[in-house]
Ligand binder design. Sequence first.
Ligand code: MGD
Ligand code: MGD
Ligand code: SF4
Ligand code: MO
Length: 758
Amino acid sequence: MTGLLTSTSVVTHRTCPLCEATCGLTVTAAAAADGGPPAISVRGDGDDPFSRGYLCPKGVALGQLHADPDRLRTPLIRRGTTWTEVGWDEAFAEAGRLLAPLLREHGRDSVAVYLGNPTVHNHAASLYTRVLVQALGTGYRFSASTVDQMPKQVASGLMYGTELSIAIADLDRTDYLLILGANPLVSNGSLLTAPDLPGRLRALRRRGGRLVVVDPRRTRTAEAADEHLAIRPGTDALLLAGLAHTLLAEGLADLWQAAPHVTGLDELRAALAPFTAEAVAAATRIEAGTVRRLARELAAAPSAAVYGRIGTTTTEFGTAASWLVDVVNTLTGNLDRPGGVLWPEPATGSPNTTGEPGRGRGVRVPGSRRTRVRQLASVFGEFPVGTLAEEIDTPGPGRLRGLITFAGNPVLSTPNSARLGAALASLDAMVSIDAYLNETTRHAHVLLPAASPLARSHYDLVFTGFAIRNTAKYSPPSLPLGEGELDESDVLLRLACTALGGGLSADELDDLTAADTARRLAADPSSPAYGADPVELLAAVAHRRRQDRLLDLLLRGGPYGDGFGAKPEGLSLDALLAAPHGLDLGPLRPRLPGVLRTPSGKVELAPPQLLAEAQRLAEHLDGLRAAPDGGLLLVGRRQLRSNNSWMHNVPLLAGGSNRCTLQLHPADAERLGITDGGPVTVRSRVGELLATAEITDTVTPGVVSLPHGWGHDGPGTRAAVAAREPGVNSNLLTDELPMDPLSGTAVLNGIPVEVLPG
Ligand SMILES: Nc1nc2c(c(=O)[nH]1)N[C@H]1C(S)=C(S)[C@@H](COP(=O)(O)OP(=O)(O)OC[C@H]3O[C@@H](n4cnc5c(=O)[nH]c(N)nc54)[C@H](O)[C@@H]3O)O[C@H]1N2
Ligand SMILES: Nc1nc2c(c(=O)[nH]1)N[C@H]1C(S)=C(S)[C@@H](COP(=O)(O)OP(=O)(O)OC[C@H]3O[C@@H](n4cnc5c(=O)[nH]c(N)nc54)[C@H](O)[C@@H]3O)O[C@H]1N2
Ligand code: SF4
Ligand SMILES: [Mo]
């Protein structure tokens, strides 16, 4: 542990791991006079070049999270409903005892893995979950991606050649920002890593820029915008197609700097023919004149960026919407333009910074494997999480019998969660690694605790790839691990060794992992370590352990790396250790054509899979125009002091505005006889729940909204604070059957529901 040591307190600087904004924090741990646990205070780090002191209430709450008595600190084994604290050796032995027979008798595919959202929020978890999954050798991989951003990855993969090549809105320089289905003033941004979104959006308007928000709710972000358009849920792809059609029909399309690198314009034009402004207007509830004006404004702005998030991806046309966002960015000349959308160049590398620049193998969509029950295709090596329950509870050969969950709570966060909860209860073996005994992990037979975020090192391997500036920051642990606690690298490696059936130690498996990383760098023509002897690369980082050794390899062999001495001014972990507030590596730069990894070496505006989606969208449009505008549609919403399904047990964040209410419009409330604060029953195809009504004109008529991640009143969990205001689980209502087909992503917005008083 490094840090500024005074007589009574240790001060460290670190990156907040809770959301994608990656704020810099200053953590002060003051020793208690009686030798008890230190008093922890968390502030914004004014010297962090990216966040400049910004933080939100969740960052402040990390101290209370660390101290939370309900946070798990000891491995647990469950027999029936009784949990017993055990040592680590016994816990891994029990995991092996349960998993080994399944793997042996039913094959590697009988045990699934589910990786939850916090996996991507620190480098130990990102690096060593890969090792665990490989050791397990299962094809049944699930993650929160298929209730989140997978559509954007599919669209970007098809257009640019890798699923991580997401073009990022150049927020600080744009003149016009069109936001669809995101509420960054509350979520603090997603696939748009930028600390202080509220300040950056204010700055956009202060410099004369225009902000337009498309959302069925008048969100905080909509309130702060120049214009708010209350769209009908689930129809963003149609609006975007209408914008693209208008640009082409009115001769406004001009690709500028991207023009020489783009292919497929003619096919695109033909595919967009049905989506006139008039045709999409009734379906989206956005007037044709407004559609045309938006298109003209986007084309006329010196620079503009269209940005879509959860409200656009978790719908039946998530991939089409994600594609059309970039189609509009391209047609308005904003692809690869400062102030438009650009690709980051992360310091630890990305699939679009490695290999031969400008060309590659592209992506394979749909994937090559199929689920057992519904025969749905894999996507980038994983299966849709909406199929997890049926793969467990449908009898027959090949049924899933075991599950490992890491940092996930799918019983609250995935569709038709009642079915999933029941399915988990039937498993022969379930092992979870988590910070809490919650709605999901209560089904585990072995529950392995995750250490406090303050007691581990941190580097943002993932979100540096989606950030509006190129940055690099390493955080050492702020506090030591508690007695008996293990770093997640050790937990994951030891579990991986267990899955391999013994014979290897965690250190040996880690050495193999590091050697593999070194070999890849030495073989990569884009790496400054190209052609080196991997043994020498490993020797150069031999003084480091675990994730920090792997990180040092990636940094030194990455796009800014020191090449293990070849470029002495370049980056290394030492360079980051010397800059505890982090390094700014500059604004995003145009990267065409080098960023591309498509087989054609071009931006693919009209890949066949997406043209087929346009066809499906056209049929959907016909259907919407033919059908009467029916009942109520349920959408979600995020809350500032909440973090998906967790952090509800931290007293600082509990209560107040964090209310799990069903919002509905006064006109709907009156029609249905519902009173503010009164009970309402909400029913969908898959389930029913009782919620508290909140009547508000911030939701558009015909739309109701319930936040996700609540429902902490189930049996067998351990979260005393959260249980006091449990809320209800909105995913009791969401349906696992409809899906965005190419991405396997669940539909979590625009769910048809019936709402009744009482
Ligand atoms: N209806 C509806 N459903 C949604 C969404 C929606 O908008 N509407 N959003 C979806 C989205 S975008 C996401 S990302 C998912 C999230 O879905 P999940 O990832 O399944 O759920 P989280 O609530 O993020 O749960 C994270 C879990 O990780 C644990 N944890 C926290 N930190 C660590 C750590 O460092 N290590 C380990 N091992 N465990 C840790 C927490 O205790 C918690 O149990 O939910 C999705 N579900
Ligand atoms: N405070 C807080 N911050 C978070 C999280 C959290 O739980 N709490 N979760 C984090 C995670 S995992 C993620 S992925 C990000 C997500 O970041 P965002 O996408 O910004 O999150 P949301 O607030 O869910 O915003 C989605 C918006 O889409 C709207 N919407 C719903 N349906 C539609 C539709 O059909 N069309 C349009 N145009 N809009 C629609 C909703 O009303 C909502 O305002 O937030 C991250 N940050
Ligand atoms: S916005 Fe809040 S939760 Fe997100 S990184 Fe910053 S302090 Fe952490
Ligand atoms: Mo997410």
